[in-house]
Write a protein that binds this ligand. Sequence first.
Ligand code: 6GU
Length: 238
Amino acid sequence: MSLTAHVLTLFPEMFPGPLGVSLPGKALNAGLWHLQAHDIRAFATDRHRTVDDTPFGGGAGMVLRPDVLDAAIAATWPGDGPLIYLTPRGRPLDQAHVRELATQPSLTLLCGRYEGVDERVLEARGVHEISIGDYVLSGGELAALVLLDAVVRLLPGVLGTARSLDEESFEGGLLEYPHYTRPAVWQERAVPEVLISGHHQRVSDWRRAQAEAITQKRRPDLWARYTARRASLNGDCG
Ligand code: 6GU
């Protein structure tokens, strides 16, 4: 029922880290999800606790050994959810994918360090590869924390009912409209008049127009997807 996340890492002390505070931390303490960090080094077999070696074919860096990682997977993967390797060469993570991941009983996240992991263990275990963006992190741990934060806030009971998920950024296909609070005038800048009006329909029309304008300007890729979806919902095509 509730999600269990297993993280295989050489740095288990990085967990729960930021997921131990605020919304995900409260949800963790409330038992709405579970987190187990496993030290890959505990599955090394030699007396030096070796987890990596130099790459066949030469080159810089070190590669995680397949036997060590496979033993860690065998001991920790519950088998009722996907095995995921965080890597910049993986499928780019988006909100639709996050929603799918949030339906799983478990997520097992493999975090690499060094140059990477031996390809054979990824093949043998049917590992899914996910990237959180087009930049390179020094290891998969921060990517695992990002993925879990995005997933956990979608779990039943975590966000509460005060704010509907489909009115927020991406769930509706648009970037967020601007927000304002007191004071009504700050440093000679007034809050947009319509927000003081108390006219709910005018407020929501204004917010929609703002969200559309900012999406069109900043993210032509999202805007194209949004207009295509709007057209298909209106029956303008397939
Ligand atoms: Cl998932 N891992 C690493 N190491 N770097 C990344 C990434 C993942 N996504 C973007 N950069």
